[in-house]
Design a protein around this ligand. Structure first.
Ligand code: GAL
Length: 824
């Protein structure tokens, strides 16, 4: 048999393959789609005329294109994500493939997908976060024109956050032979692991759709992280037409290298089906060799070593890029989190894109993959509860089958704050979902995030999962761990502190909302159920057996602009008060990925001064008109002590723990009044313009310092790309930070200047942002106002066009600047 290969050529919206050369091909199906953002009658028909529709490439999120409007629910970002969207694509499949199997795979389609091929209805898939595949073979016209049509119908009031809309994840054509490993057909486990040997079991499904019985061979090879074959085995295969059989070859890997947060090495299981001479299928499964244990009273043990979860909850949007998946944007988010000291991600509250897990495997981040935000009981009028009965089992099984080979995944969450907690028999559903997880993956534990306490315990739901999670209940850890010493308790969602980057309101006081629609960054404000990070640090320190915490959230996300907005009953749940507040302030970094002060507070707890000493200082030092008035200054450091200087004069050294900072804490469930935080150092400083500086000390030696100057008026711009060389593949990105500086090069922390962008060369400006959670400027305009001195421009390469991309930024009265990015 020839091997199948392809040459994807996009000519008008046609897509064609040339000769066969590989046993299995996974071809991107992203290019050359037609799109219409409205209802269109008979648009599923192959003869429908779509020539007037817009042409685009996937992944695509139509809602991020805007415009922002108060009429779209601010709770989900104030963007037009609901309505109807049609995608159509005309493509050719060469006649040579007529004996092959061709399937289309969507990594996700937001929401209520209906799919047709050549007038034949393939099926519907409501849940927007799940991947799915349809076999196209019986309906394809080999050697001529085919039309695939997808209708999406996301509903209003269907999400508590910004869901995005469209074919927002990658799309593939999977071309195989009739005898093959079916979709997600392998499951790699490591029954025993020692320093000498790891046993690797590659459970493999084989499906035969040939016309006659087959007698073939199944070869399984393990490649080590360097790609060298370290173990191999072969088995005879006997299948009848239409039969699926499961084989479980077990191999031995000598001196296995462990996948760990500090050493994320991946092995690959290569499954090959041959008839003695020809290869009929070749299926690769990357996996890791690691032990994950949960020891009662001790916590999470990874490869024999205790690891506390320093985690973040993350929604799926990529800020100004919306929900449209992009590998580099995903990687950047996770790199930023890792720099904060994060070692784990909770995919709140839905299955993530495949890219998230691929990157977590590669970077060494542990993951809790979460399935649902609700079960049968509704949180919002058009939530997943509408589909739960019909779809939950399929969706949950598919999530696990898709993700269970990732070493990064350490537990499955069956739900977040599901309202069944309050029901006497809610445990029944919890047990049912837990059993589905065990059925698909007996190697990992199950979890759920409960916010009702003690109801979730009393009603028996907590006991139905292996890892009961408590959301926002630090004061209950001691009680629960004492009462249930065998439980593996998790702080599944914590803090929910809110802040806006670079904003400081004086005097420091707790307020519910502020006329600016921003939140002060002294890290003290949160909704009634929230706690400042410090309280969580303290109670986690007091109950070391708790596995660790997932803070709400790592990044700001679109939607849920708490503390702004509220329920408006007249519009059935729209959150439009306080418009244009339209995105969250919960993140440790803003929507652009620029760190807020809280980023450094977590970093001071989650990183080790011996490896990477750090110190951070707040607020900024531009308080014109406040001369002589007291400004509270906070220092966050992972060192034991720090000293503060104003214009060269020491304002004293302080020791963490001994010198505490009184925080006004007026959160629910907290009746101790002020909280003296041992996690922050503070000084009350009479304001005087000049240089504010801090030095952190370890064993009396200076190990880190940070300083800033009172800035003069804005005079120039600075551009810093996160990467100055990117791949010319039409998808790689460079994130360019724009900073406003004064004449002397000092950062201007209050500058809000309109910056215009121009891109020359083989690149495109695909998004701009500034992290302001109350801005309705378009994410796709070639201009953006800086917000507190910063803005972001995202540049994408053009496919196949190498060369220098130049970004020029101009602003009136400021010296223009440009920067070059090489696309290779
Ligand atoms: C939690 C919820 C999250 C988010 C958060 C905001 O209760 O699980 O999805 O809404 O509150 O504080």
């Amino acid at each position: 048999m020839k091997r199948l290969s392809h040459l994807a050529c996009t000519l008008l919206s046609f897509f064609c393959f040339t000769a066969l050369i590989e046993a299995r091909e996974r071809v991107s199906f992203n290019e050359g789609w037609r799109f219409l953002n409205e209802e269109a009658e008979e648009a599923q028909s192959s003869s429908f005329d779509d020539s007037q529709w817009r042409t685009l490439n996937l992944p695509h999120d139509w809602a991020i294109e805007g415009p922002f409007d108060v009429k779209y629910n601010a709770r989900s970002g104030g963007l037009p994500f609901h309505g109807t969207g049609w995608y159509r694509k005309t493509f050719e499949v060469p006649a040579e493939l007529k004996n092959s199997k061709v399937a289309v795979e969507f990594d996700g389609a937001m929401y209520n997908a209906h799919v047709w091929i050549n007038d034949h209805f393939l099926g519907a898939r409501p849940f927007g976060y799940i991947g799915f595949e349809y076999d196209l073979t019986p309906y394809l016209n080999f050697g001529s024109r085919n039309v695939i049509a997808v209708k999406l119908a996301p509903e209003d009031l269907s999400s508590r956050w910004y869901p995005g809309a469209g074919l927002y994840r990658n799309t593939w054509l999977n071309i195989t032979t009739p005898v093959r490993v079916p979709h997600w057909g392998t499951f790699v486990t490591t029954p025993t692991i020692s320093d000498e040997l790891a046993e690797v079991r590659v459970r493999t499904e084989i499906l035969s759709e040939g016309k006659s019985p087959v007698a073939l061979q199944l070869h399984t090879t393990i490649l080590d992280p360097e790609g060298k074959a370290v173990s191999e085995t072969s088995l005879p295969l006997h299948l009848l037409p239409g039969e699926t059989r499961t084989y479980s070859p077990t191999l031995e890997v000598p001196q296995p290298q462990r996948w760990d947060v500090t050493n994320p090495v991946l092995y690959t299981a290569v499954t090959r089906i041959t008839d003695g001479k020809l290869e009929l299928d070749r299926y690769e499964t990357p996996f890791g060799i690691r032990t994950v244990e949960y020891r009662a009273g001790e916590g999470l043990i990874l490869n024999g070593r205790h690891v506390r979860i320093n985690g973040v909850c993350m929604h799926h949007d990529l800020g100004a890029l919306g929900a449209a998946v992009n590998m580099r944007a995903t990687e950047r988010q996770l790199e930023i989190m890792q720099a904060m000291g994060v070692n784990s991600i909770r995919t709140a509250h839905n299955p993530p894109s495949p890219e998230v897990l691929e990157v977590c495997d590669r970077l060494g981040l542990l993951v809790q993959v979460e399935a649902f935000d609700c079960w049968q009981m509704a949180k919002i009028p058009n939530g997943y509860n509408k589909f739960f009965d019909a779809w939950h089992e399929r969706d949950l099984r598919d999530m696990i089958r898709r993700d269970r080979n990732h070493p990064s995944v350490i537990m499955w969450s069956i739900g977040n704050e599901i309202l069944e907690q309050g029901k006497k028999d809610g445990w029944k559903l919890a047990r049912h979902l837990h059993r589905i997880c065990k059925d698909e993956d007996p190697t990992r534990l199950t979890s759920a995030g409960f916010n009702y306490y003690p109801a979730s315990v009393k009603n028996g739901l907590a006991a139905e999962v292996d890892i009961p999670g408590l959301n926002y209940k630090p004061l209950a850890y001691a009680e629960v761990t004492a009462q249930y010493p065998d439980w593996h308790l998790l702080a599944s969602e914590t803090s929910s502190c809110t802040s806006t980057r670079g904003v400081y309101h004086l005097p420091i006081e707790k307020y519910k909302t502020h006329p600016s629609l921003h939140v002060t960054s002294y890290d003290l404000i949160g909704p009634s159920w929230a706690y400042p990070p410090d309280i969580e640090f303290r109670f986690l320190a007091e109950t070391p057996s708790v596995l660790g915490e997932y803070i709400w959230t790592g990044f700001d996300y679109l939607g849920e602009p708490t503390p702004y907005g509220g329920r408006d009953n007249s519009t059935n749940g729209y959150w439009n008060d306080d418009w244009p507040a339209r995105s969250s302030s919960f993140g440790a970094v803003d929507l652009c990925g620029f760190p807020k002060d809280r980023f450094f507070l977590y970093q001071s707890q989650w990183t080790d001064v011996k490896y990477k000493p750090m110190v951070h200082l707040l607020p900024h030092w531009n308080w014109e008109g406040m001369e002589g008035r007291t400004i509270p200054v906070y220092v966050y450091t992972n060192a034991p002590e720090a000293e503060l200087f104003l214009n060269g004069k020491s304002l004293g050294r302080k020791k963490k723990g001994a010198d505490t900072t009184a925080l006004k804490v007026a959160f629910n469930n907290w009746d101790e009044g002020d909280y003296n935080s041992p996690y922050r150092l503070s000084w009350d400083v009479p304001y005087q313009a000049g240089e504010l500086k801090t030095i952190a000390y370890l064993d009396g030696k200076a190990v880190a310092e940070k300083a800033f100057q009172t800035a003069g008026s804005p005079a120039k711009l600075a551009l810093s790309p996160d990467r100055s060389v990117i791949a010319a593949d039409g998808s790689d990105l460079s994130f360019v930070t724009i900073r406003v500086l004064d004449q002397n090069g000092n950062f201007c922390p209050l500058a809000n200047v309109q910056v215009n962008f121009r891109v020359d060369g083989p690149g495109e400006l695909i998004a701009v942002d500034n992290g302001d959670s109350a801005s309705t400027e378009s994410f796709q305009a070639p201009t953006r106002k800086t917000f507190n001195g910063l803005a972001l421009a995202v540049i994408r390469s053009k496919k196949g066009e190498a060369g220098a991309i130049s970004l020029t930024a101009t602003a009136s009265n400021l010296t223009p600047i440009h920067v070059e990015i090489q696309s290779k």
